[in-house]
Design a protein around this ligand. Structure first.
Ligand code: UDP
Length: 243
């Protein structure tokens, strides 16, 4: 940063060496927790998140149950130690908002009518954060739901695009998120092409928005492949363990 102005590009590349259309490195592992029905550990750049799924199971408190379909609950939590400046533990406005939009992004894929009077509970714990934690949480939750064997129309996949130094780029890191001009997290169902979440922080022209959506869709397609690979690997390991 010079004179309060952040320069986001050096020799045409971003500060972490990425191109404008490049994702940060991802690592996805399914089925990492013994006591959850489904789980996933995911790293995306500097983000480290764990997702655990329980259900379909009995609803508590009971009055929340729906006689025609399962209810989906989603709890996003950012650990105090996951950020530079210690976060006060417990829910806050931000985590309540992220839990709500993430649940809405996920529940349309779940075949809820098959499990009336039950709950599907999703817990996402952010252990280390570097911008894009809601997307990382959704990607992990989606794998954890599939690992739990919950019937779904497809996996939900998420990544963000944004604008830095007037340029539209894929997958903002923390500096780009904090000092950039726009941040747009997107979630979609790559199998059907349906978009299940778009949020926008900052300003973009319509053309910039369209350019960014193209980047996000390509980014989601790449993440989707890694989600599938993680589930296939878990399945193969389960089969080997039974032999
Ligand atoms: N952040 C932080 N403290 C907070 C909330 C957020 O340091 O209390 C950081 C964290 O690295 C997070 C980033 O700011 O990943 C961007 O947060 P945002 O609310 O945009 O959500 P995210 O991009 O993680 O989905």
């Amino acid at each position: 940063m010079a004179d309060g102005v952040y320069t986001f590009f050096k020799d045409g590349l971003r500060l972490d060496g990425r191109r404008k259309d490049e994702l940060r490195p991802l690592k996805i592992e399914a089925g990492v927790l013994k006591r959850a029905d489904g789980s996933c550990y995911l790293e995306h750049g500097g983000n480290k998140v764990m997702a655990a799924v329980y259900g379909p199971r009995e609803v508590h408190p009971r009055h929340l149950h729906n006689v025609t379909q399962a209810i989906v609950r989603y709890k996003y939590n950012m650990a105090s130690f996951s950020v530079d400046e210690r976060k006060r533990p417990g829910p806050d406005r931000r985590s309540i908002e992220i839990s709500k939009v993430s649940r809405e992004a996920m529940e349309s894929v779940v075949l809820k009518e098959r499990f009336p009077r039950t709950a599907i509970d999703v817990f996402v714990e952010v252990l280390q954060s570097d911008a894009g934690t809601r997307a990382a949480g959704i990607n992990a939750a989606s794998v954890a739901m599939a690992d739990a064997g919950i019937p779904m129309k497809g996996l939900v996949t998420s990544c963000a695009f944004g604008k830095i130094d007037g340029e539209v780029v894929l997958d903002l890191c923390k500096e780009e998120d904090n000092y950039g001009e726009a941040d747009v997290p997107v979630a979609m169902i790559p199998r059907t092409g349906d978009i299940t979440m778009i949020q926008m922080d900052g300003h973009l022209t319509f053309d910039e928005f369209k350019e960014g959506m193209k980047l996000a869709i390509r980014g989601c397609d790449q993440i989707y492949e890694l989600q599938r690979e993680a589930l296939i690997e878990k399945h193969q390991n389960d089969l080997k363990a039974k032999e």
